[in-house]
Write a protein that binds this ligand. Structure first.
Ligand SMILES: Cc1cc2nc3c(=O)[nH]c(=O)nc-3n(C[C@H](O)[C@H](O)[C@H](O)COP(=O)(O)OP(=O)(O)OC[C@H]3O[C@@H](n4cnc5c(N)ncnc54)[C@H](O)[C@@H]3O)c2cc1C
Length: 404
């Protein structure tokens, strides 16, 4: 017996509900496009929830002592996010929890003197301020054992789960959970996507769109195969992050300056359900830690912290690590891409934001290149009975339960 077909005409289908897809999906809907979002797992559960939540203004990328293209492109992002946080953007982030209004940069030892004049330069004015008085330092550096310099960067740190919740709440009826093995297929012809077919009871929902936009992070390559798209290529930059959960330490948001372009260590702090804090460690330690097993990586992290913050007592901490990939468009020599990325193939756009902070930049660029008018979306929704994906949970609790 042939299945009954129900057709849903849309302007844009966005595939992948991390920060890139969610921001884009929200903005398009706000602008009057009939936009749908398809997600095959949990919303935000890829790189987005595993990120450190820093809305970079690019200062991290100036650590080599000059302003790279990455730093220039990203410079406007903190202000852009602040507008969204104030409810003054297409995307409304008023419900988002700000973990820290600024990110700090500290330098142990002599690196400070080499960088001081650069940090004071005109190019960085307003982005990096040296904290001259000890009373302005974050608590952890107000210790007699601390010798270095502390700078404040114009970079907010956000509670990412609240970002995902804020981006999900307005247009839930337009978000579909898909399983490409079980209930959903792509129909292509002549290098274009004709439609996406989704099984719904004994009917087939045929989703048509003028544009299909992939924002599936690491999953983009699999999607491209399904759609017979061979370019662009993706690169994965693997990281071995470290987490420690403490009951008595203050939250800390800071990059430690090292001798490389990457900070020697980047520390962010995230609240846990049981009222503690997880310190999440990235930077050089995570990039160099891929060959180490979790025990070795934890040993290295403990040693690094005992050198960088020797007065901080972490004896009561629980430790865990996380292997995670950053998914980006391929660059020569695994270099970091420095702006949001878009590639057109027929009626599809393949995209990566390359950084959480650049999600609005990706949305703006897609907007410029979309070339379709919004057809108006009042009353537009998926049919009753479809499954909507859940919002991801922070992964800390699971990581520490494993170790218990
Ligand atoms: C450890 C770490 C720390 C980071 N810290 C920062 C930071 O502090 N600041 C910053 O700016 N950037 C940071 N980044 C980078 C940032 O996290 C990523 O650039 C950003 O989250 C990528 O978002 P995305 O939406 O493209 O991908 P993802 O968050 O990975 O989302 C992709 C989504 O697509 C879904 N999906 C996958 N395949 C399919 C499919 N076939 N069909 C449907 N859906 C699919 C996934 O389930 C997922 O929900 C960090 C990255 C890592 C790994």
């Amino acid at each position: 017996m042939s299945r009954k077909i129900q057709t849903l005409d849309s302007d844009v289908v966005v595939i992948g509900g991390g920060i890139a897809g969610l921001w884009l999906f929200n903005a398009l809907n706000k602008q009057g496009y009939k936009a749908l979002l398809l997600e095959n797992s949990t919303l935000g559960g890829g790189q987005t929830i595993k990120s450190q939540g820093i809305v970079h203004g690019g200062t991290k990328y100036t650590l080599s002592g000059n302003l790279t293209k990455a730093a220039e492109c990203i410079a406007g992002m903190p202000d852009r996010w602040r507008r969204a946080l104030a409810g003054d953007d297409d995307v409304d982030l008023r419900d988002v929890k700000i973990l820290s209004e600024g990110h700090y940069l500290w330098s142990p030892g002599d690196i400070a003197s080499r960088m001081t004049s650069f940090f004071a330069s005109k190019a960085l004015r307003g982005r990096v301020d040296q904290l001259k008085k000890e009373e302005d330092f974050p608590d952890i550096f107000r210790h007699k054992g601390f010798r270095g310099k502390v700078y404040q960067l114009n970079e907010i740190v956000l509670d990412i789960q609240t970002v995902i919740k804020a981006l999900t709440k307005n247009f839930q009826s337009r978000i579909l959970k898909v399983d490409w093995q079980q209930d959903t297929t792509v129909v292509t012809s002549n290098g274009e996507i004709d439609c996406i077919e989704h099984k719904l009871g004994d009917e087939t929902l045929q989703i048509k769109a003028k544009k299909f936009i992939m924002t599936a992070g690491e999953g983009t390559v699999g999607l491209m195969k399904q759609m017979n798209i061979s370019k662009p290529e993706m690169q994965l930059r693997p990281l071995h992050m470290v987490m420690l959960k403490t009951s008595h330490q203050e939250p800390l948001y800071a990059h430690c300056l090292g001798t490389k372009i990457v900070p020697r260590m980047t520390i962010t702090s995230h609240p846990t359900e049981d009222g503690n804090w997880v310190w999440y460690l990235g930077g050089e330690i995570a990039e160099d830690g891929m060959e180490r097993n979790p025990e070795e990586q934890i040993r290295v992290a403990k040693r690094e912290l005992s050198v960088l913050l020797p007065w901080v007592n972490l004896d009561d901490a629980d430790w865990a690590t996380l292997f995670v990939n950053r998914a980006e468009p391929k660059q020569s020599k695994l270099l970091r891409p420095d702006a949001a990325f878009i590639h057109h193939s027929g009626n599809t756009m393949v995209t990566w934001p390359t950084k959480l902070a650049l999600a609005p930049n990706l949305t703006d660029e897609v907007g410029k290149q979309l070339n379709i008018e919004p057809s108006g979306n009042e009353g537009f929704a998926l049919p009753e009975g479809v499954t909507h994906p859940e919002i991801c949970q922070p992964f800390w609790s699971e990581a520490f339960n494993k170790n218990a």
